[in-house]
Design a protein around this ligand. Structure first.
Ligand SMILES: [Zn+2]
Ligand SMILES: [Zn+2]
Length: 262
């Protein structure tokens, strides 16, 4: 069970009931995460949609799967259409149903197709690629909890990169699934009109003050960051406040592994 060979997805076993499902063949290095409880499983995001992630989750669990959307950007909702139970924060339900505002389809098609280093399946055609649109099964709100059976997940509304972004905390294991709020290597983007540098800093401060975080699993780049990256996050938000840099156009700001771009 622990090792799955696949042409497009790379499966990393984090522990006996947690997997990262990664798309290293694409420049964005996107990760989705499968969390298996006693009664059901949660899939945090569904990837780029270049290939069908359901092929992987079907091999990892036969339990019913609830999809938790960290945020409605095209690179995190790619295989949403392959699942029935999709949940999204109330502030991005409209984007899921009606499409993401402000990002032309030509740009999405250009971004999904460029810098690909692995063979893509014949079903993938960047010329006709369209981000998932559909009605979610349910709505997420700040401080909601989801019980997978002996495994509880806490939802935190963490706007900034997008208005309805959520981070998901696995209370038993101390894992924080941080989506596009915290990851390493490349900056967290908050320079689109739909983003908010002020909200991002507030959300970062809130997550940096969480106790009992052991590992952080972001939506891109490295899988599993030690919790001391939260010290760098805190240091950066302190610096941004001190020098009044929390506004559009101030560029990239970095402390250690963590950076933001406004
Ligand atoms: Zn995003
Ligand atoms: Zn992303």
């Amino acid at each position: 069970m622990s090792f799955i060979k696949d042409d497009w997805f790379t499966v990393t076993q984090i522990d006996e009931a947690t997997y990262a499902i990664s798309e290293f063949g694409h420049w964005e290095k996107v990760h989705s995460y499968l969390l298996i409880g006693r009664d059901k499983a949660a899939l945090i995001d569904t990837g780029l949609g270049i290939d069908n992630i359901r092929r992987i989750t079907d091999q990892l669990t036969s339990l019913p799967i609830t999809v938790l959307t960290t945020h409605v950007h095209w690179d995190h909702i790619g295989s949403h259409g392959k699942y029935a139970d999709i949940f999204v924060h109330e502030q991005e339900e409209g984007w899921l149903v009606n499409g993401i505002k402000g990002l032309p389809i030509e740009q999405i098609r250009n971004d999904v197709a460029r810098d690909i280093t692995l063979p893509t399946p014949p079903t993938f055609n960047p010329k006709t690629y369209r981000p998932y649109q559909g009605k979610p099964k349910g709505i997420l709100k700040d401080m909601d909890t989801l019980d997978l059976g002996n495994r509880n997940l806490q939802i935190y509304h963490t706007p900034g990169h997008s208005p309805g972004h959520v981070a998901i905390f696995d209370m038993k294991k101390g894992y924080l699934f941080s989506g596009d709020l915290i990851y390493d290597e490349t900056p967290i983007y908050a320079f689109f009109p739909s983003t908010s540098p002020e909200d991002l800093v507030r959300s970062l401060d809130r997550m940096a003050n969480l106790t009992e975080v052991k590992k952080i699993y972001g939506g891109h780049n490295s899988i599993g960051l030690d919790s001391d990256i939260l010290d760098e996050v805190k240091e950066l938000t302190t610096y941004l406040k001190k020098y009044e840099l929390i506004r559009f156009g101030t560029g990239v700001h970095r402390i250690g592994r963590f950076s933001v771009q406004f």
